[in-house]
Design a protein around this ligand. Structure first.
Ligand code: NAP
Length: 294
């Protein structure tokens, strides 16, 4: 089916800087075409300083919605009318809906990760989880895991830039969900070992091990792995990080961040259109084990 731009085609897209590398236009435009939806998705290079005026224009133009990437995920919040519970708790928005001029912010990164856990064949509600990192990806995963019913979340961060944010995130989760969250210093190997002994799932949501630093790993001591532990990485470039390779060598089952990327987009697509993205088609085109996108 042709994807014709018509007089009534509705606009949406991605705001951030940089945006040119994004796979999102392919995912969404191919899906609109496949489902015969008269929507288009474009990328706009917009930093936080220009964001308020672009959003005012989007409101007037009655766009269907848009995504945000770095560095706009937090800066967009004052421009919106309301936030989902997850977006409020995370303090960041990656998806906005616009209905009759009213803009609502969501965060689908954690939804995407939890869907990727299911896709890999696992279920974590009622179980314990250890999560490394306290930046954007980690916050979104922590909040969604807690909302989805993980019983205990062990957040592990280095005492760096995000340490205070990590403490605030743990408080948010303990106050707003039935999940019990705690915080451990990444340098505390004994604490980390105890967390991992109790956990069904370990998730790396730091950037450690991402290309071009693929020789690095956030877990230097492989004796921390045990064969019942599922180990996942939000990184998808490279597809098999050092963390995943070493965990596999220790007998752990593993999966990478590729489907988190797919399913955060799928969740945004459903919020905008009310329809399911044709994920098998999108997987076959863009989500193969080949290192084909950033
Ligand atoms: P971010 O907000 O900058 O957070 C990075 C986190 O990693 C922070 O907690 C940071 O700690 C920690 N970190 C960095 N270097 C470290 C080191 N050497 N040792 C220990 N901790 C370290 O970045 P982000 O947006 O969360 O992204 C994190 C990773 O997730 C990136 O690789 C990104 O590509 C990936 N990601 C994947 C998806 C997906 O769909 N699969 C989506 C989003 C992000 P400090 O604050 O102390 O520096």
């Amino acid at each position: 089916m042709d994807h014709k731009i018509t007089g009534s085609t509705r606009l949406g897209g991605l705001l951030g800087s940089p945006v040119a590398h994004s796979i999102s236009p392919m995912m969404h435009n191919d899906s609109f075409q496949e489902l015969g939806l008269d929507y288009v998705y474009l990328c706009f290079e917009v930093g936080p300083e220009k964001l308020p005026e672009v959003i005012t224009a989007f409101r007037s133009m009655n766009v269907y919605g848009f995504n945000l990437t770095m560095p706009d995920k937090e800066a967009v919040i004052p421009c919106l009318d309301e936030l989902s519970l997850a977006a409020q708790m995370i303090g960041a928005v990656n998806t906005v809906t616009c209905q009759n001029g009213k803009m609502t912010g969501h965060n689908t990164d954690g939804i995407g990760y939890m869907r990727a856990v299911e896709e890999a064949g696992y279920s974590v509600p009622g179980k314990e989880m250890t999560l490394l990192g306290a930046g954007g990806a980690a916050s979104a995963i922590a909040v969604q895991a807690a909302i989805d019913g993980v019983s205990r979340l062990h957040l592990v961060s280095r005492r760096g830039r995000s340490w205070e944010k990590a403490g605030a995130l743990v408080d948010q989760i303990n106050q707003n969900t039935s999940c019990q969250a705690d915080l451990t210093d990444l340098a505390d190997t004994d604490g980390l070992r105890k967390n991992l002994e109790r956990s069904a799932l370990l998730t790396n949501a730091t950037s450690v091990g991402m290309a071009p630093h693929a020789d690095q790993t956030p877990i230097g001591d492989c004796s921390l792995f045990h064969p019942e532990l599922i180990v996942s990485d939000v990184i998808y470039n490279p597809r098999r990080t050092r963390l995943l390779r070493e965990a596999e060598n220790a007998g752990c089952r593993t999966f990478n961040g590729m489907y988190m990327l797919l399913y955060q987009g799928e969740a945004a697509f459903r919020i905008w259109t009310g329809q399911n993205m044709p994920v098998e088609l999108i997987k076959s085109r863009y989500f193969t084990e080949k290192e084909s996108y950033e």
